[in-house]
Design a protein around this ligand. Structure first.
Ligand code: SIN
Ligand code: CO
Length: 374
């Protein structure tokens, strides 16, 4: 792939300081001479796969409609006003994963996926806003974007998709292949295909605090320990047998107040939560699998690489991978931290790895979470 100048003249630090979450940025030729990563036909076959999340949005006769894939059939290419969107293309197409990793100036824990949309002339998803930041890279053909910083984000009622009731665009651009538009969360936008076009969106993860709180309480439910059982040796006679007594309430309150959580609990929860693959993700285990000794010989010679579907994070001495986590010794930490950050390890980094680390790599290889490098 060509050297990327993704942010134009800006350094990642300047971009984060001046634009991230703040204002839109148009970067002409963010990737000069960009060539689409997959053909229209390959893209349509992805949308026909039932392990892939896809949507079809049509705007025929001025009526919006939304259908979920997989799609074995699509409207005619000659028909205007439809768009096909495929989520998580990075999980299935290696080049898309590589492209998304160019955005690693944003932490892995915030990166979501690379979505691709294909549209026939005039196709789009209508004026709307998203709850997360997005980089919109024009991959093929032209798309007109109209954008606005409006406060009124009221949506039209009774629509199958989010359409703004009052869209008041302030700026307008036509993006050509290689051009990229960054939009902060809640920024109103509408992209309309000018002829057949394809757009790649790099989207970010921004879970709601409610979602995080609910997931945390589920995590805590598995780790709390409250020994003992309710007992009331001092039970007093009451003329209201249906009433929950003050004594009972006091006792239960005293026990529940013992539930506490530490920063370490939050660390473990957050890492496991953020590294958990989405529910529709399945790993392909190697078949036949190499024996442990063959695997180690090959890995020491060729290196290893994480599968595109693997999410690996770290914090302090804790390593998180695909929803699981463990603490590591000082001596083993570096190899695992390097694997998480670089998503691959070279031969020389594996030659020095301990038996424990090699065993972990082998287990992950057997699960399809990593592979020996080609
Ligand atoms: C699209 O690619 O058609 C829609 C992307 C977006 O507006 O978020
Ligand atoms: Co959008």
């Amino acid at each position: 792939m060509k050297k990327l100048t993704l942010l134009g003249d800006l350094t990642p630090a300047q971009f984060l300081r001046d634009y991230w979450h703040k204002k839109p940025l148009l970067i002409r030729q963010a990737i000069p001479n960009f060539n689409p990563l997959l053909s229209r036909e390959d893209f349509f076959s992805l949308a026909a796969n039932d392990e892939v999340e896809s949507r079809l949005v049509t705007h025929f006769d001025r009526r919006w409609s939304l259908e979920h894939g997989p799609f074995s059939e699509l409207p005619s290419l000659a028909k205007k006003n439809w768009t096909l969107l495929v989520q998580g293309v990075n999980l299935h197409v290696e080049a898309a994963d590589k492209l998304m990793r160019q955005f690693s100036f944003i932490p892995e824990a915030r990166l979501d996926d690379l979505m691709i949309s294909y549209a026939t002339d005039r196709g789009g998803v209508g004026p709307h806003f998203d709850s997360y930041d997005v980089f919109l890279l024009q991959a093929y053909g032209k798309r007109q974007w109209r954008i606005g910083a409006q406060q009124d984000l009221t949506l039209k009622d009774g629509m199958p998709l989010k359409i703004l009731k009052h869209f008041t665009p302030e700026k307008e651009f036509v993006l050509e292949p290689g051009d990229m538009l960054y939009l902060p969360p809640q920024y109103a936008h509408d992209g309309i295909a000018l002829g057949e076009c394809m757009t790649y969106s790099v989207g970010f993860r921004a879970p709601s605090y409610q979602e995080i709180g609910e997931a945390f309480l589920q995590f805590m439910a598995e780790s709390i320990e409250l020994p003992g059982r309710y007992a009331d040796p001092d039970l007093a006679y009451s003329t209201h047998p249906a009433e929950i007594s003050k004594a009972m309430l006091d006792r239960v309150q005293k026990q529940l107040q013992k539930i506490a959580f530490t920063r370490e609990d939050i660390t473990i929860f957050l890492g496991e939560y953020l590294s958990e693959p989405k529910p529709n993700i399945f790993f392909d285990a190697p078949s036949p699998a190499l024996s442990f000794s063959r695997f180690t010989i090959k890995a020491k010679k060729l290196g290893i690489a994480l599968d595109a579907k693997t999410r690996m994070l770290h914090r302090g001495k804790r390593i998180f991978i695909n929803g699981e986590s463990f603490d590591v010794d000082r001596k083993d930490r570096q190899a695992l931290v390097d694997l998480a950050n670089d998503r691959q390890l070279f031969s020389k980094q594996i030659v020095t790895a301990s038996q424990d680390v090699l065993e972990a790599f082998y287990e992950w290889y057997r699960a399809g979470w990593l592979a020996v490098s080609e």
